[in-house]
Design a protein. Structure first.
Length: 276
């Protein structure tokens, strides 16, 4: 995502645009939301970040992710965001009530998202999720693909509906990846919600003075949002970390400060204080 500017950065003008990256991942119970600043070398930065990684990555249509998938020799597969594809049709419907084709696409997407909501509400396992998606979601996606193939030759390529259909076709292999893996989500919205918090704050601070400030900002947002993900009060967690860091002398000591390792301790502390 666009970071705006870092005013004092070596060999770069103050008005040069920069990027902050948001990465989410981790095993069950150890999920992390990590923000990191990078001034340049967008594609190379992504390559280095995922060097040695094998598996799926949620992402949007950024060219860096497309290049990463090709460069990895199929070790990495991008699970593209269906919300991005859906929004293109949604925008057309909002502009015109007569947008028949876009309405047809939206109807299929509503059915898909209803299924996803039911999966979450029923708290299904990974295997159960795959089974439901194969039985219910796959036929809808098959119909959507047939619909896209049929209608694309019938519309103007440069029209809004033409662009919406082409986007879905271009990223189709990644858009259907969620069907075969219950760990994957249908879209990247959970990460975008985290990014939105950063973006809203960015409208206030506008820029960082130095790269050290940009890096510190990434650490701050990473700590706060990861703490919230684990049900912790960010301030309570922050205070605990700052008080504990002076006594850390090894990697293991720092590891003990991760949210999932202090969660029970901090919640118990808050509860005792409320009772008192």
């Amino acid at each position: 995502m666009l970071f705006r500017s870092v005013l004092k950065e070596k060999n770069r003008k103050p008005e040069t645009k920069s990027h902050a990256y948001c990465f989410r991942g981790g095993g069950p119970g150890k999920e992390v939301c990590l923000f990191e600043y990078n001034g340049e070398g967008h594609n190379e930065y992504i390559y280095q970040w995922f060097e040695g990684y094998e598996g799926a990555i949620h992402g949007d249509g950024d060219t860096a992710y497309q290049a990463l998938e090709k460069k990895s020799d199929n070790r990495i597969k991008i699970s593209y965001c269906n919300a991005h594809a859906r929004r293109k049709f949604e925008a057309i419907v909002k502009r015109s009530k007569k947008a028949t084709l876009a309405k047809e696409a939206m109807k299929m997407y509503r059915e898909l998202y209803t299924i996803e909501r039911e999966i979450r509400e029923d708290n299904l396992s990974i295997d159960q999720t795959v089974q439901v998606r194969q039985e219910k979601s796959k036929p809808i996606m098959d119909n959507l693909k047939q619909w896209l193939d049929t209608n694309y030759p019938l519309v103007l390529p440069k029209s809004p509906i033409g662009k919406a259909i082409k986007y879905a076709l271009d990223y189709w292999d990644g858009l259907i990846r969620f069907l075969d893996d219950g760990r994957l989500e249908i879209d990247n919205n959970s990460t975008e919600r985290m990014i939105k918090i950063f973006v809203m704050a960015r409208k206030n601070f506008l820029f960082s003075d130095t790269t050290h400030g940009a890096d510190a900002l990434g650490v701050h947002f990473s700590m706060v949002l990861t703490a919230q993900q684990h049900g912790l009060d960010p301030i309570e967690y922050y205070v605990h970390v700052l008080k504990s860091i002076p006594y850390c002398s090894s990697f293991e000591d720092y590891e003990k400060l991760l949210p999932w390792n202090v969660k029970d301790k901090l919640k118990k502390k808050i509860k005792e204080r409320m009772v008192a």
